[in-house]
Design a protein around this ligand. Structure first.
Ligand SMILES: [Zn+2]
Ligand SMILES: [Zn+2]
Length: 310
């Protein structure tokens, strides 16, 4: 459906993969969320979850025609919130990268003053992978993105990066997809982007690796205001976050209560907990889910391969 707005969770785990039987209900793969919006494929983060998506896209591409020249090419926009391993480690194994018909546009925050493409090439390819970034056969552009900029995808799948100050002067077409970002400093120190996708009067906000504040994160609440779906970091229970033995304060992640507070203050219609601590197994998360089901019916727990229609 060209005008649909759908989310599929490809990787829900924070920090590192948990490929163990008693972790797989909520998910063993690291962060990746597939968004199909207005006929466009947007991928939020490229943790291990992006690998299964790549396999499916590669299969669909081959099945689209017997003649390689006539196959439907993969076109995707990948937004990287930051460059921690659990948000990028799947990228070199994303199969469509190695098809010359694929067209990939990557957007993300440059690390310090270094160009994003240079950093990606160093941390994922070259010395740590059999290939260099220059060796991938697809069409690829890597774009530095800051919170002063917005990305617009138009109906012809062309992207424009605009200064957000000019947004009020731009008349968006009903088929345009608007992507804006909010930078948080808590995680990592260089910053992490929360991503907002707006299309057809609906809004999705993706806020991972985000430590909130007592009373809510005011800047973020304004950014996320009235979201239809808010996907929010929920790595720790409050008990663990404030533990006297090993406090998790300052680690750059939120508690379930912090996520709920941001959702409540931003009037989010639906909150989705995301980026689970790798020590939390299915039994533990299931008990949490049962508790929150009773007290906060507007929130849900993300699970690998779960889909939401916005
Ligand atoms: Zn993370
Ligand atoms: Zn991180």
């Amino acid at each position: 459906m060209e005008n649909s707005f759908k989310v599929k969770f490809r990787g829900t785990r924070g920090s590192y993969p948990t490929p163990y039987g008693d972790f797989l209900h909520y998910g063993g793969n690291t962060s990746c969320v597939e968004v199909n919006v207005g006929g466009n494929l947007i991928i939020l983060d490229a943790g291990g979850g992006i690998i299964s998506l790549g396999e499916e896209l590669a299969r669909e591409h081959i099945l689209s025609s017997n003649n390689p020249e006539e196959r439907t090419p993969v076109k995707a926009y990948i937004f990287l919130t930051h460059l921690h391993q659990d948000h990028i480690q799947g990228l070199p194994f994303f199969k469509p990268l190695y098809n010359k018909y694929t067209d990939i546009e990557i957007f993300g925050l440059p690390l310090n003053k270094e160009d994003l493409k240079t950093t990606l090439s160093q941390v994922l390819f070259d010395k740590v992978f059999p290939l260099g970034l220059e060796d991938v056969s697809c069409q690829m552009s890597v774009n530095n993105l800051t919170e002063r900029e917005a990305v617009i995808i138009n109906k012809n799948k062309k992207t424009v990066i605009e200064n957000i100050k000019n947004l009020s002067k731009i008349k968006l077409d009903k088929d345009d997809v608007l992507i804006t970002v909010d930078k948080t400093f808590a995680h990592p120190k260089n910053g992490c982007l929360s991503v907002k996708i707006q299309y057809g009067g609906k809004t999705l906000v993706y806020a991972t690796d985000k430590e909130s504040y007592e009373g809510g994160d005011k800047k973020f609440i304004e950014f996320a205001y009235n979201a239809d779906v808010l996907i929010h970091d929920a790595q720790y229970t409050t008990e663990e976050y404030t533990s006297l033995i090993e406090s998790k304060q300052g680690f750059g992640h939120s508690t379930y209560e912090m996520a709920l507070e941001n959702a409540r203050l931003s009037h989010a219609k639906k909150l989705v907990f995301f980026h689970y601590d790798p020590n939390y197994n299915d039994l533990f998360l299931n008990n949490l889910e049962k508790t929150y089901e009773k007290t906060s019916p507007q929130c849900i727990f993300s699970k690998e391969n779960m889909e939401i229609v916005i």
